[in-house]
Design a protein. Structure first.
Length: 240
């Protein structure tokens, strides 16, 4: 049974932070090992994390499906990789790629386990980018200038600088229709609001636990791939 199967079986009820922490730690160990030999998994998603023996060893997991794994020396800018909802911004924008794409995907998996729903939509590239900007911010100007595909999502205005295109502008320049996207989370929430307010709590320890979870999640979903947290750094995080 995969993590996707588990959440579906639970009728989309999220896991507890302790359970998420247990899963996250094991995946970080796996990614630290892969990074040490220069391998990118490139297909982390709940479907590819299997529960080994959930009855006797709850939340012991293993990472599977290395069919799309690739050595960093073979990666080229502009390559498409990762499932849509778990795809790092540098992939869609056309920026240099490294093992950090797997850390972004890990953040997306952590969010899926916390909310019982994907943080970013997978059915429409435009709404995916719009949600990324809303949740974690807009990529830095120097990245948008360097990116091969920033023109599809962003527009340079000499008075206001870079801004996200409207759906109509995106369709006009790409020829791709935007799909209607229903947010799983409150549309007014950014990442912090979503994590801290998804389920109300007045428990001090739970509140602090959420803050630690949010801190690690932010580090995984850091837009700048060059300084995004590494598996080793995440393993040393104060409460991963």
């Amino acid at each position: 049974m995969s993590l996707w199967d588990l959440i579906k079986k639970r009728e989309w009820e999220p896991l507890s932070l302790n359970e998420i922490r247990t899963v996250t730690h094991q995946l970080l160990v796996a990614f630290e090992a892969l990074k040490s030999i220069g391998i990118m998994h490139t297909d982390l998603k709940p479907d590819n994390v299997m529960l080994v023996n959930h009855k006797d060893q709850p939340f012991k997991v293993k990472l599977i499906d290395f069919g799309l794994a690739i050595h960093t020396s073979e990666v080229k800018v502009g390559m498409m990789m990762q499932a849509n909802s778990y795809r790092a911004p540098e992939v869609n924008l056309g920026l240099p790629l490294s093992e950090s794409v797997d850390m972004w995907a890990l953040g997306c998996v952590m969010a899926f386990l916390y909310f019982g729903a994907n943080l970013f939509p997978g059915n429409c590239p435009y709404h995916w980018m719009k949600t990324v900007v809303h949740m974690v911010g807009q990529p830095e100007n120097h990245h948008l200038i360097a990116a091969q595909f920033s023109w599809a999502y962003f527009f340079w205005d000499e008075f206001t600088g870079w801004r996200l295109r409207t759906p109509e502008e995106y369709e006009a320049v790409t020829g791709v229709k935007t799909d209607v996207y229903e947010r799983a989370l409150d549309s007014a929430w950014n990442l912090q609001d979503a994590v801290m307010n998804y389920t109300p709590t007045e428990d001090h320890h739970e509140f602090e636990d959420r803050r630690a979870f949010l801190d690690l999640l932010r580090c995984c979903l850091y837009l700048d791939h060059e300084v995004r947290i590494t598996p080793r750094e995440a393993l040393e995080h104060k409460k991963q």
